[in-house]
Design a protein around this ligand. Structure first.
Ligand SMILES: [Fe+2]
Ligand SMILES: [Fe+2]
Length: 219
């Protein structure tokens, strides 16, 4: 009996630590996001947008990045936004990109398009459960359900939401609008034209895919 009790105690402490670790990681990402945002983004209205993201009306810092794919866990969206930022900064620092392609963007533009490209996902994922069969036994597991209460699209919705607070340059708007590249539901002709006219769109789309497929996991 004593052994059983100490096992239960040990297990509950372990679970508490796992939950604390998850919260620590989410808080770490949240702090880094705020730090990058405040350091690089100074455009008029940007402070109000950050206030919104931090407010109770937004779940940006807790939301997943998807229901079943990469980043499908609490805090997945902020983690993904930071990963895209790191991938974009790295892509744009390459010699070939700077010297041959002549891409050169301000720290503010880079931070805006990377950190905010997926804010269309704010308040879109609701926690629920689903039934899965494990070893012939049905059990309920936690999951996310997608419920977009402002179905304005994807990249275009992020542009729409940001524009409510601050002005985007045309290149920033195109980059965010077409960040899904050819993987989205866009007319392929428009994606190609956007990449050609606005190279930041290609760079952001590449960073988005690198982050998704090389850095992020499914749970
Ligand atoms: Fe996206
Ligand atoms: Fe993304």
């Amino acid at each position: 009996m004593k052994n059983q009790l100490s096992y239960v105690f040990f297990f509950s402490r372990l679970m508490q630590n796992v939950i604390l670790m998850k919260k620590d990681v989410i808080n770490m990402h949240k702090e880094r996001f705020i730090e990058l945002y405040k350091t690089h983004i100074h455009r008029e209205g940007s402070d109000k947008l950050l206030d919104f993201l931090l407010s109770k009306s937004s779940d940006f810092f807790d939301a997943p990045a998807s229901t079943r794919f990469h980043g499908n866990y609490d805090g997945g969206l902020v983690e993904h936004s930071l990963n895209v930022y790191d991938c974009l900064v790295d892509y744009l620092s390459r010699e070939r990109v700077k010297d041959t392609y002549k891409l050169n963007y301000t720290d503010e533009s880079i931070a805006i398009v990377a950190l905010l490209h997926d804010i269309c996902k704010v308040n879109c994922y609701k926690k629920g459960t689903r039934n899965v069969k494990e070893d012939g036994v049905w059990k309920q597991v936690p999951t996310y359900e997608y419920n977009d209460t402002l179905p304005y699209g994807h990249g275009e919705k992020s542009v729409y939401m940001i524009s409510g607070y601050m002005r985007l340059t045309r290149e920033e708007a195109f980059a965010i609008r077409y960040h899904m590249g050819f993987a989205g539901s866009e007319e392929a002709r428009n994606v190609g034209a956007a990449f050609e006219m606005f190279p930041l769109a290609f760079a952001l789309s590449t960073a988005d895919m690198e982050a998704t497929y090389f850095l992020e996991e499914k749970r």
